[in-house]
Design a protein around this ligand. Structure first.
Ligand code: ADP
Ligand code: ADP
Length: 228
């Protein structure tokens, strides 16, 4: 059974823009899937819908494995990583990573072991007391990933997380993300406009058309790999 199932999902904004014109998509638990397509094709809109931050105009989003509330939101822990690391500049790395646990009512003292563990997982063990301004772009993104994983999510929603980074940093983060995915068994939905990144990272690539905002093909990357 899929973790989530989208059927005939459309989205037309009040501005008249149609972002999605009928999306059918099943995502399996533990799958690493990419949504690939040019800017404006509706990738972020799909991600926002999965996060419960936007509702379809028509169509359905079902979570067959989860309990859903009245608004259709599943009782699954989901984390979102954006292209901008969106760190609070006035807080240390540890305080930034604390934020989602703080929202769940954990004190810094109670959260600290998990914060340190999360920072270790992203290779920033020594940086708990640093401030964002002291970090490179790649390290800020690592903090952002630590903040996303500290809640031990089931689903990791990533919206072009590495698009602003240089190629070498990006490739390091790609490899670290794969290692984390293998470690934690997240379901990752990764939005990108890089063909290379989509194919390198994911088990399945859903290619989206710019107009009229629909999935035009799905590529099973694992099966496409050359066999000796
Ligand atoms: P992508 O992530 O592929 O770049 P988006 O999902 O962000 O695409 O946007 C798809 C289309 O919907 C674009 O034309 C965008 O301008 C439009 N759009 C996105 N969000 C809104 C909004 N809140 N109001 C109006 N139009 C929007
Ligand atoms: P970028 O490539 O954007 O500068 P990186 O994540 O590759 O970002 O790290 C930048 C620099 O910080 C590199 O020189 C790297 O060796 C160093 N660095 C990154 N993580 C650590 C760490 N955990 N401990 C010490 N140095 C680190």
């Amino acid at each position: 059974r899929p973790l989530v199932s989208l059927r005939g999902v459309t989205k037309t904004f009040s501005t008249g823009t149609t972002a999605l014109a009928g999306v059918d998509l099943d995502i399996a638990p533990g799958e690493f899937i990419s949504l690939l397509g040019p800017s404006g094709c509706g990738k972020s809109t799909v991600l926002r819908m999965l996060a419960g931050l936007a509702d379809p105009s028509t169509g359905t989003i079902d979570w067959p494995q989860a309990r859903v509330d009245g608004a259709g939101r599943p009782d699954l822990d989901m984390s979102f990583v954006f292209q901008e690391a969106t760190l609070m500049p006035w807080g240390t790395v540890a305080r930034n990573v604390w934020l989602p646990l703080r929202l769940k009512g954990l004190s810094m003292k109670a959260a600290r072991p998990r914060i340190d563990e999360a920072l270790e997982m992203v290779g920033l063990g020594g940086f708990a007391d640093a401030y964002p301004r002291e970090l490179s772009g790649g390290m800020k993104m690592r903090v952002s990933i630590a903040r996303a994983l500290v809640t031990r999510p089931v689903v990791m929603l990533m919206d072009e997380p590495f698009a602003a980074l240089d190629e070498i940093t990006r490739q390091k983060l790609n490899d670290d993300l794969l290692r984390l995915w293998e470690t934690f068994g997240w379901t990752v939905v990764f939005v990108t406009h890089s063909v290379f990144e989509a194919v390198y990272l994911s088990q399945r690539v859903m290619v989206m058309a710019a107009r009229p905002g629909r999935i035009i093909d799905g590529i099973d990357v694992d099966r496409a790999e050359e066999t000796p």
